[in-house]
Write a protein that binds this ligand. Structure first.
Ligand code: SF4
Length: 350
C-alpha cells in the first residue's frame, strides 16, 4: 500500500482517517497538534500516543514530506534550500528575511511546463505536480529553519501554482487552519504566469489570499517572446480576467515585472505598462533579473530601473523597485536544482 503524506490531509481528512482506524475522537486533535503546533518530524516524539498507534501511523503515513538536502545563504537574510522529496525528486524553496517579516517562497511542481525564457525551471521541462503535503512540508521546513516566527508564504517557487490548482488550494487551507499553523490568508500569495481559467476559478473561492500576476512585458509581441503562455492567453484577455477578479474579491492584484536590460526596461515600455494598468487597481513589483545560464539577458542597471519606476509613478501607478533577493546565491527559480553537483552549497544540517 502506498503511504499517504500526512501533511497533505486537511483537519477533516485526518479526523476521517482516525475514525477509519477506530481511534477515539481525541486522537485526531492530538495528532494535529503534534504536526502543526509542536511540529515534530518523527513519530516517536508523539509521546501521548501509544507505541502501537505510532507504529500503525508510520505504516500508513509519510511524515517527512520535504527533506533539506543543502542550503545556500543564511536564514536571517536570504537562504535557498534544496529539498528532497520521497521519490528522490528535488525542488527548491527560498527563505527571505526583512524587518518584521519572515517569508518563504515555495515550489508547487517539479519543473514547469510554461517555458518562460528567463527561468531555469521553465527551460528544463515538467516532471510532476507536488502533493499538498509537499507544499506544507516546505513551509514546516522554513518554520524550523527561521529562528523567528514565519509570517508570510508565497507560492512563487518552481512551477505554476494554478497549473496544480487543487493541491495548491488544499495546501493554502491547511496553512490557514486556525488550530494549526494559522497563517492568515492575507499573508499567503499565489503567483501565476497568467493562466486565465484558474484565475476565474480562484475568484469564486471566497479566500482572502493575495494574487500576483507575472507580466514581464507591456505588449503581446514582447510578452509572447518571453512567456509563451501569452500566445494562448494574451494581455487583453488576461487584464479582463484580472478586472473580474478584482470586482469579485476586492483584492488588489500585484503585477510582477522582471527588468531585463535593453529588452523590456525602456521608458516607452513603462508608459505602455502604465496605460495597460490604468483602469485596474494594482501594484507593480519591479524586480531586476536574476541572470540564469539558460537565458542571455542581463539585469537592468539601477539607473534604468529607477527611471522605469519613476515613469510608472508619474503615470499614477503604485510601483516598488525590489532588490533581486539572492541573485548572488542563484535564487532564480530552478537554478539550485540544476547546479547541485557543481556548486558550493553546504549540507542543510550544517
Ligand atoms: S517563471 Fe514560473 S511559470 Fe514561468 S517557467 Fe518559471 S516556474 Fe514556470
Amino acid at each position: 500500500m502506498a503511504k499517504t503524506l500526512i501533511h497533505g490531509l486537511t483537519q477533516n481528512e485526518l479526523t476521517d482517517s482516525c475514525a477509519q482506524l477506530d481511534l477515539p475522537k481525541y486522537r485526531a486533535p492530538q495528532i494535529w497538534r503534534w504536526l502543526y503546533v509542536q511540529r515534530v518530524n518523527d513519530w516517536d516524539s508523539m509521546k501521548n500516543l501509544p507505541s502501537a498507534l505510532r507504529a500503525e501511523l508510520a505504516e500508513r503515513f509519510l511524515l517527512d514530506s520535504a527533506v533539506p538536502l543543502s542550503k545556500q545563504g543564511e536564514p536571517d537574510d536570504t537562504c535557498k534550500i534544496l529539498v528532497g522529496l520521497h521519490d528522490e525528486e528535488q525542488i527548491e524553496e527560498v527563505l527571505i528575511s526583512a524587518p518584521g517579516r519572515r517569508t518563504v517562497c515555495i515550489s508547487t511542481q517539479v519543473g514547469c511546463r510554461f517555458h518562460c525564457a528567463f527561468c531555469a525551471s521553465g527551460q528544463h521541462g515538467f516532471r510532476r505536480n507536488l502533493d499538498a503535503g509537499e507544499m506544507v512540508g516546505q513551509v514546516l521546513l522554513a518554520a524550523h529553519t527561521f529562528s523567528d516566527k514565519l509570517t508570510n508564504v508565497v507560492f512563487m517557487g518552481m512551477g505554476e501554482p494554478l497549473d496544480n490548482y487543487d493541491a495548491t488550494l488544499k495546501a493554502v487551507r491547511i496553512l490557514n487552519n486556525k488550530d494549526g499553523l494559522n497563517i492568515g490568508a492575507r499573508r499567503i500569495t499565489i503567483s501565476t504566469c497568467g493562466v486565465i481559467p484558474p484565475i476565474e476559478r480562484l475568484a469564486t473561492e471566497g479566500l482572502q489570499v493575495e494574487l500576483s500576476v507575472s507580466l514581464h512585458a507591456p505588449n503581446d509581441e514582447l510578452r509572447s517572446q518571453l512567456m509563451p503562455v501569452n500566445r494562448k492567453y494574451p494581455l487583453a484577455d488576461l487584464l479582463k480576467a484580472c478586472k473580474a477578479y478584482f470586482a469579485a474579491t476586492k483584492r488588489i492584484i500585484t503585477f510582477e515585472y522582471t527588468l531585463i536590460q535593453g529588452v523590456n526596461d525602456r521608458p516607452q515600455h513603462a508608459k505602455e505598462l502604465a496605460k495597460l494598468l490604468s483602469h485596474l487597481p494594482s501594484r507593480v513589483n519591479l524586480i531586476p533579473l536574476s541572470p540564469v545560464e539558460e537565458f542571455a539577458g542581463q539585469s537592468s542597471p539601477q539607473e534604468a530601473a529607477e527611471v522605469f519606476m519613476n515613469t510608472l509613478e508619474q503615470a499614477g501607478i503604485n510601483a516598488t523597485l525590489r532588490r533581486s533577493k539572492g541573485s548572488s546565491l542563484k535564487a532564480a527559480c530552478g537554478q539550485l536544482r540544476f547546479q547541485r553537483s557543481s556548486d558550493s552549497a553546504v549540507p542543510a544540517d550544517e
